[in-house]
Design a protein around this ligand. Structure first.
Ligand code: ADP
Ligand code: F6P
Length: 466
């Protein structure tokens, strides 16, 4: 059993099993913000990533990927149904995202959540050298810090939540709220995307567990758990370099030609998730066409919605509704060979994503609630030409850093239409001065800066990410 001085524990490994066009089995980087954030910082470090490989049954033995040792945790079909699809994605996910869909509570799911968290904690305990740093990620594994501390008190344990942490009024709904808070408090440092989340967490630790708590520190028995905001980011230099590649520039030009050389391209790239505001955005666009504010020939929309959590009922319902709406809009406003909405329900490689970003005049990132939203950051990094307007929801974590974006409340349909028009009609000078400011920010606040600041706070003096 290989042991490492730095162990990342996340529900999902950074690779997905896929079938190549020739029918062969291949592994490729999995989509999603967590993998995009952590993959670049572990690259070429003697680190282990503990996670699930995506299937059921025995855990496959995987080769190292880009220098990262992969330690797989097996999940049975029941675990996947009750832990991943159940407690993680039908209870916690909606609850933590403002309950934009109704959270579902089942006692059986809680048992699975405990069982699977224990398995991850045991795997992390095996994978960690004496005195190692173990960094636990996200809402699927909130009990792991506490379980791991009991197994291995020598470790430095960090926990980072990639999604929002909800206000007390919502969190108080959770049937096993005290155990969950105690699980997280097994860490030495608890990181959130925004300071509001740290504040919510401190309030709950005080209210539910009666612990002395400020927005920076919580006293638990004889320990002090530090909490704070560490907004996650992307590998800015990598995305910039990708976007400058001649093949990407050519591909972007080709994409525009294939779209019929419109004056404006509005792009959205999301996981197919009800938190992303896809339906509201489609409605805003179709009303702009119906009102006569935009013409399909001049202004096309490209909606990439990569399949996600497809066995969870709320996601199936969403996909049906989105596809029906795309069909309606195209049926009503499209022409032969000239759809209004180009809808792509598939994963893309990084080159294609970068080309899409470079081809888009407007990037519409309008989630109803989002921990950060790395797509917004990727778009900004890709606009090495300082062109391109970012329409960004106030409810995405990224809005705290991108005040120069065209900010919008996605629940306000008229406001969304106005902001889209504002971005469509903005002068090139306005667009580029906003983009320049955001790019400047992203160059200093990249993924390395995030990892360094978090790991320095977890282990003062040491900087494994630098
Ligand atoms: P979330 O964490 O909710 O998935 P983010 O916007 O933070 O949302 O991260 C999404 C990540 O997934 C980004 O890095 C993005 O590039 C990637 N991604 C999104 N759509 C696709 C797609 N169609 N193919 C491949 N990767 C994608
Ligand atoms: O933080 C959001 C998140 O759950 C990440 O953990 C993950 O990168 C992304 O959404 C994709 O979700 P899933 O692992 O369920 O496909």
């Amino acid at each position: 059993m290989r042991q490492s001085s730095l162990v990342v524990v996340a529900n999902r490994l950074p690779v997905d099993d896929t079938v190549a066009p020739d029918g062969a089995f291949e592994w490729r980087r999995s989509p999603g913000g967590l993998v995009s954030a952590l993959h670049p910082i572990l690259h070429d470090k003697p680190a282990t990533w503990v996670g699930w490989a995506g299937g059921t049954g025995d855990a496959p033995t995987l080769p190292d990927v880009d220098g990262i040792h992969l330690h797989t945790v097996p999940l049975s079909a029941d675990d996947v149904r009750e832990h991943y699809e159940g407690f993680a994605n039908a209870t916690l996910w909606p609850l933590y995202h403002d309950a934009v869909e109704q959270p579902v509570y089942h006692r059986r799911w809680w048992e699975a959540y405990q069982r699977v968290n224990r398995r991850f904690a045991e795997a992390a305990a095996q994978a960690a050298e004496p005195d190692a740093v173990v960094w636990v990620q996200d809402y699927h594994l909130q009990l792991v810090p506490g379980m791991l501390r009991a197994l291995r008190p020598d470790l430095r344990i960090g926990f980072f939540l990639h999604v929002p942490f909800p206000p007390p009024e919502l969190f108080m709904q959770l049937p096993r709220r005290a155990e969950l808070l105690l699980g997280i408090l097994g860490a030495d440092l608890v990181g959130f995307q925004r300071s509001q989340a740290a504040h919510n967490f401190a309030q709950l630790a005080n209210r539910v567990l009666k612990l002395p708590a400020t927005d920076r520190r919580i006293a638990v028995d004889d320990r002090v758990v530090r909490i704070g905001a560490f907004p996650v980011s992307i590998d800015t230099a990598e995305m910039e370099a990708l976007a400058r590649r001649p093949e990407v520039v050519q591909r972007a030009q080709r994409l525009r030609r294939d779209l019929g050389d419109p004056q404006k391209v509005i792009l959205s790239v999301d996981r197919m998730d009800y938190t992303k505001g896809i339906e509201q955005r489609l409605k805003a666009y179709s009303e702009l066409i119906a009102d006569g504010h935009v013409k399909v020939r001049d202004t096309v929309m490209v909606q990439v919605a990569v399949p996600s959590r497809e066995r969870v009922e709320q996601y199936q319902i969403l996909r049906d509704r989105v596809e029906r709406e795309v069909g309606r809009i195209n049926g009503e406003f499209g022409r032969v060979g000239e759809p209004a909405v180009h809808y792509l329900n598939q994963p893309f490689d990084r080159v294609e994503l970068a080309a899409l970003y470079r081809a888009a005049d407007i990037m519409a990132v309008t989630p109803l609630r989002d921990g950060m939203n790395l797509v917004a950051k990727e778009y900004v990094a890709a606009r090495v030409d300082d062109a391109g307007a970012l329409v960004l929801s106030e409810f995405a974590g990224a809005a705290a850093e991108f005040q120069q974006a065209y900010l919008v409340n996605p629940h306000d349909l008229d406001g969304l239409k106005l902001t889209l028009m504002h971005a469509l009609e903005a002068s090139p000078q306005d667009v580029s001065s906003r983009m320049r400011a955001m790019r400047g920010h992203l160059r200093t606040h990249d993924i390395q800066a995030w990892a360094t600041s978090y790991l320095n706070a977890l282990v003062p003096g040491a900087s494994p990410a630098a």
